[in-house]
Ligand binder design. Sequence first.
Ligand code: ADP
Ligand code: ASP
Ligand code: MG
Length: 468
Amino acid sequence: MSGKTLIIKFGGTSVGSAAAIAQAAEIVRDARKTWPQVVVVVSAMSGVTNALLEGAQAAARGEREQAGRIANQLKLQHLEAVNGLIESEIERIAILDRVGQRLQEFDSLCDALAVLGEATPRALDAVASLGERMSNHLVAGRLRQIGVSAEAVNAADVIRTDSVFQSAAPLMEITRQQAQGRLGGLLAEGAVPVVTGFIGATESGVITTLGRGASDYTAAILGDVLDGGEVWIYTDVDGVMTADPRVVPEARSLATLSYREMSELAYFGAKVLHPKSVTPIVERGIPLRIKNTFNPAHPGTLVLIESNGAHGALKGVTAIKQQSLITIEGRGMLGVPGIAARAFGAVARTRTSVPMISQASSEQSICFLVPDSSSEQALAQLRSEFERELARRDIEAIWAMSPVVIVTVVGAAMRSTPGVAGRVFSALGTAGINIIAIAQGSSECSISLVVDAKDADDAVRNIHALIE
Ligand code: ADP
Ligand code: ASP
Ligand code: MG
């Protein structure tokens, strides 16, 4: 099946209404004209995953009626979509029956959460999975309606993961076997499998999720294990843009990017693609396109091994909000080996990942970022790890500054273009924005700056003005 298979993923807004799903189905029908085998990956309808999780949390807090209200809204949202999409009454009843079963499951899970009074990551994954397990039936039903043979598939039967709930990692070998069996079978019959994004299952069949926004990752995993020819991510903007268009209205879409640039943009906050999506396909060199469901004629963005240099040195600017800058400071740290290792060990115990590190050359302080939500826990671990050093005053203080934002500018050609960093710093200086910390990616493909949260959008706009 090598190279013959196209994987198309539709995000939440792309399946967010009957009209959107109808449009998505047309895109699939069109793609089938040039691709012999097409696999579709779908997100939940927009807002559904959030609503499900909100319901679960409410039930666990004892607000059971709130969860009931959410179930009713979800029922209406899906009912309206099915009625707008499917003409055959038999098909309509069958799909609504599936939706009803999932909502029943939601109800039972909420009852259990209300009794337990606590929502564990495992229970939250079971609840969060329900959105995709409804939308895949709507999309498959619509495809059949327009004459494309299609079957809804639950990724729990295909993607085997570890049991790290809410951020599970795929076990690729067994996933490859299961995908080639289950999806390969459907493809061989000429059908389009419509697979739930975002979810997988452990060896014993317990549902996991791959992380918020990870339907993109599902598409990339399937691209890898099915030896896909290309992966197309359909979303609600014209591909990857020079900045988040909600922050910078004049942001432009980029015709091409390298995997490395795409990866940095995604890692440092460009929500348009889940950061884990790049790795599975870069290793196989599978072309990745990001396109707009609502403007299908636009070519969108093509992500390739090497960027073709069509743009200037700077490609895009992104931001990660709600961060804390933790500083460990003290003259007694000078030349003492192992302080950084112990600091990161302490933070790792809180299962927090550190998106950025910056150490002053004097070795008298170490600074790094953690998400605001983990800052208290990280500080407590650090203070206990360095209790002795703090008592002896070798370390004078461990403290957090928040809220701060990481602003990152990305472009592979920065490496060969002198003075780029200087231009970025002086643009912020002229705008009167204080830079709190700086780090340069080892690949020299990105520069990250920490600024106060109140300056974040201004910093992004001022840096964006330097992009040619
Ligand atoms: P989907 O539901 O299709 O996965 P997402 O909401 O996850 O869509 O991602 C698309 C959104 O990402 C866009 O609507 C846009 O607001 C936002 N975004 C942030 N940064 C960028 C960027 N650099 N380029 C394009 N979109 C971006
Ligand atoms: N529905 C999931 C989420 O909202 C996954 C996705 O849309 O990519 O996080
Ligand atoms: Mg997304």
